[in-house]
Design a protein around this ligand. Sequence first.
Ligand SMILES: [Fe+2]
Ligand SMILES: [Fe+2]
Length: 198
Amino acid sequence: MDTKKFCRLTEEEIKSVLKSRMNEHRYAHSLNVAERAVLLAEKNGADPEKAYFSGLIHDICKGIPQEEQLAIIENEGIILDEDTKKSPALWHSIAGAIYSEHELGVTDEDVLNAIRYHTSGRGGMSILEKVVYMADLTSAERNYPDAEYTRNLTDKSLDEGIAYGVRWIAADLERRGFPKGKDTEALLEEYKNVIITE
Ligand SMILES: [Fe+2]
Ligand SMILES: [Fe+2]
């Protein structure tokens, strides 16, 4: 696609940036998330090109050391709340949005938010944010125990997929002793009455 609609780089240039910043597995994941985001965008009324672009770059800061992720956030003058400080898994999303804006020249707020919130989710997500959040959780190479179920559920209903996914993530964070954080809490609350039909 013409990624120059959304940033300064061509798709080939973005792909070489990604390859220089992450291992092969994460690069393959990025391509899978981009592809899956297109499908979910088409089903749910998001812009498929924005979805592809956001999916492609969503983990652009995941392969760099966590201290570098934190430095990107701090250099931006962002003060993390206590829960986020205790959750290094969230840092690459926040750093990824900042990096995408400054280094790739992304200006679209919805794309930047889709990257920023792809791990935590948040209350009141846009369709694009929801699409990227679930494309990440259900990309083709995902093989956690419920991956196939979550993928099929999300194909049937994006909202049911989110309801299932966020409950699974919240339980997993609890089990591993990490705080849920206010954004995941807000998503959990927003989806608490969504009934999963199968
Ligand atoms: Fe990620
Ligand atoms: Fe990811």
